[in-house]
Ligand binder design. Sequence first.
Ligand code: SF4
Length: 291
Amino acid sequence: MRRLFISFSGGETSAFMAQWLLANRADHYDEIVCLFANTGQENEATLRFVQQCDEAFGLNVVWLEAVVQPKGKGCTFKVVNHETASRNGEPFEAVIARYGIPNKSYPHCTRELKLNPMLAYLKSIGWQPGSYDTAIGIRADEIDRMSARAKQKRLIYPLISHVEMTKPRINHWWQRQPFRLQLKGYEGNCKWCWKKSLRKHLTLLNEHPDWYEFPERMEREYPLAGHNLDGNARVFFREGRSTEDLRAMAAAGGFAPARDDAQVYEDQLTLDLDSSNGCSESCEIDFEDAA
Ligand code: SF4
């Protein structure tokens, strides 16, 4: 049985990959499963885009949300849909209550909100680790993020090995489609994702101050939750900054706002170079240790 698992993040790159695989590789597989894990802190535009892609490209997306389990067991899943998906951070808050606030030192949110629910879903339909290919939406301009153990772990990179795509090429393709993800490049993933650069946070805090109410409340209500090695209150952001610290920095001003890399095309590479912030900002699911 030849099986393919597509992890759909809700962004334009992984949406391109999913539709490309369905259009060009469906006859290589007996079964294809496309999963989207909702954290409850996605933008409404992301949820709408996932639904639009599903309808336009026939992806049969299965929407999952994390379900926290007792100690010693990773998150499992529940199946939701566009209408029933959490919009107020419910899965994220449950993970924080159990594991604590995620940050650079405790980077568990992708694992518990996305990886473990996806793996639990695949197991529930009889897909054991190692019995399927996993398609990863890493582009040709991100080639340094490929796993050295890709073959052994059955990870495939269609946007590098089959159809060479860069961010400007992805943007160009979407520009010609009847719909796009209605977000600026720096607005994607969880709205306030702690992996975003300081410039993006300060820009977002000026443009959407309400997006930071969730991390602010989490820092207030769960400062000591989870396995807390040093016993200090945890905060989300780099350099030990809290949401309150970021709000103060944004209010002080004096910074150039972030640029929108969803509108960078191949004749504007200076913009692309300026806005590329490397792998440390991506919500990359580590399938290397999972398969
Ligand atoms: S890494 Fe960022 S985008 Fe991914 S789950 Fe954590 S907060 Fe959300």
